[in-house]
Design a protein around this ligand. Structure first.
Ligand SMILES: [Zn+2]
Length: 84
C-alpha cells in the first residue's frame, strides 16, 4: 500500500503518485509500473497531446466566434443609439 506524501498525479494512469512509489520520467513523477511499458507510455502521451491540440483549436475557434459576436453587438448598439 502506498504511503507518505502525495507528489503528483501520474499522467499515465491518473492515479496519485506517493513518495514511496515513484520515478521521474521526463521530469514528471509517475509510477514505476507505468513506466515499464514505454511504448504504451509514448502512445498515451501522443494521444494526450493530440487531444490538447484539438482543445486548443476549439478554444481558438470559440474566441473567433466570440469576437464576431462582440462586433455584432457593438454594431446593433450603434444602430439603436442613432435611432434614439
Ligand atoms: Zn501511473
Amino acid at each position: 500500500m502506498a504511503s507518505g506524501c502525495i507528489l503528483d498525479t501520474c499522467w499515465v494512469c491518473d492515479d496519485l503518485v506517493w513518495e514511496d512509489d515513484w520515478i521521474l520520467y521526463n521530469e514528471q513523477f509517475i509510477h514505476p509500473a507505468c513506466a515499464e511499458n514505454k511504448t504504451q507510455l509514448m502512445k498515451d502521451k501522443a494521444s494526450r497531446l493530440h487531444y490538447e491540440d484539438e482543445m486548443t483549436e476549439d478554444l481558438q475557434m470559440l474566441k473567433r466566434m466570440l469576437g464576431s459576436c462582440q462586433k455584432e453587438i457593438e454594431r446593433l448598439e450603434n444602430l439603436i443609439k442613432r435611432r434614439a
